[in-house]
Design a protein around this ligand. Structure first.
Ligand SMILES: [Cu+2]
Length: 140
């Protein structure tokens, strides 16, 4: 009986320490995620004229870019040659993976993190014929 009474506070301390460690760990993960999710650049997708703003940007390896549809029409961002009318409107460096947002409704956005340096050219399949193209340079 005495042994149980003495051990009880120690056990609750252990449980408290255990949960405090978990809470601290979750906080670290939450902070790391919010930092990783913050884009280096936000590119607006506009209707009139159909365009990416800014059209050309330079970022560093590891940066995240967010494309945001600020217009009232569907927009799209892709480096997929099969989605482009002109082959030269899309390009990715050797070793990089192509990306494609799918059609973005007004207010929607798409993010991509760049780990391979080089020149990326992308287009909006909806407005490629109107010249809605963009270029992204990823520096080492
Ligand atoms: Cu568009």
């Amino acid at each position: 009986m005495r042994a149980i009474l003495e051990s009880t506070p120690r056990r609750s301390e252990l449980i408290l320490t255990f949960f405090a460690t978990i809470v601290a760990g979750l906080l670290v993960i939450a902070v790391a995620r919010s930092r990783a999710a913050k884009p280096a650049v936000v590119i607006k997708m506009m209707d009139m004229p159909a365009s990416f703003e800014p059209t050309r940007i330079t970022i560093k390896t590891g940066d995240t870019v967010e494309w945001e549809n600020t217009g009232n029409q569907l927009h799209h961002v892709t480096t997929d040659p099969s989605a482009a009318l002109k082959k030269n409107d899309v390009a990715i460096p050797a070793g990089a993976k192509p990306f494609d947002s799918g059609f973005l409704k007004p207010g929607e956005s798409f993010s991509e993190t760049f780990s391979v340096p080089g020149v990326y050219r992308y287009t909006c399949a909806v407005h490629e014929a109107k010249g809605m193209n963009g270029e992204l340079v990823v520096q080492k």
